[in-house]
Structure formats: C-alpha cells, structure tokens
Design a protein. Structure first.
Length: 124
C-alpha cells in the first residue's frame, strides 16, 4: 500500500523543519532530568511549532499562510533563545549551539523567501 502524502509534506521548508525537530529532541535528551518540564519542554514545543504552523497555514489562502509563516518565524526566534540559555547553562556545547543556529538561520531564510514569494503572488 502506498503512503498517503499531504501537499505541505512536499515543501522543502517543512521537511527541514521536521529534521530540526528530530535534532532538538536528540539534543534535549541529554539535558538534566530537572529540565524535562522546563527548558527542554519549551525548546521542543517551539521547534514543533515551526512545523505545525507551516503545515497548518499551507492549506489556507496565501495571506493566511503568510500569517502562519510569521508565527513559524517567531518560533524560530524562540528556539534561538532556548539554544542560548542551554549553552549558558552548559546543557549544550558551543558547537551544538552553532549547529542549532545554522539550522535556524537556514529555516529563517527559507520561511522569509516563501513569505516574499506569497506576497509577490498577491501583488500581481
């Protein structure tokens, strides 16, 4: 039986965001147990929110999709702060923080590019 696919699953930005979720879960697994319901929970929720908003907005109008992409971008920024705090608390290394930041910078560019594309479609 073939796998059923949804349209948003073909978006490269969605695929990258799901890869980022996997990475964040792996990183947070190494956090102290005391952080299970604090920072690691916030970090994983923010990472998941990026993917959720891309998926949720993709089936709506371009204007609404743009709004959801902005929320996804806000979650990218939230992940930057979570990574910074994680590094400052010595839960992650500087190298892991840099990897997270590279992935978030890429997602941010992709989301912003998609927003520009959607805006250009509505202006024509």
């Amino acid at each position: 039986m073939s796998e059923i696919k949804f349209k948003f699953e073909d978006l490269k930005v969605y695929t990258k965001s799901i890869d980022f979720v996997d990475f964040v879960y792996k990183v947070c697994d190494a956090f102290p147990k005391t952080e299970r319901y604090a920072l690691s929970s916030q970090f994983t929720r923010a990472a998941v929110s990026i993917s959720l908003n891309i998926a949720e907005g993709s089936s709506d109008s371009d204007k609404q999709f743009n709004r959801y992409l902005q929320i996804a971008l806000d979650s990218v920024n939230e992940c930057v702060v979570c990574s910074t705090i994680s590094k400052r608390q010595n839960y992650i290394s500087k190298e892991i923080d840099n990897q997270i930041r590279e992935k978030l910078a890429e997602l941010s560019k992709m989301i912003t590019s998609l927003q520009k594309y959607l805006k250009s479609k509505t202006n024509h």
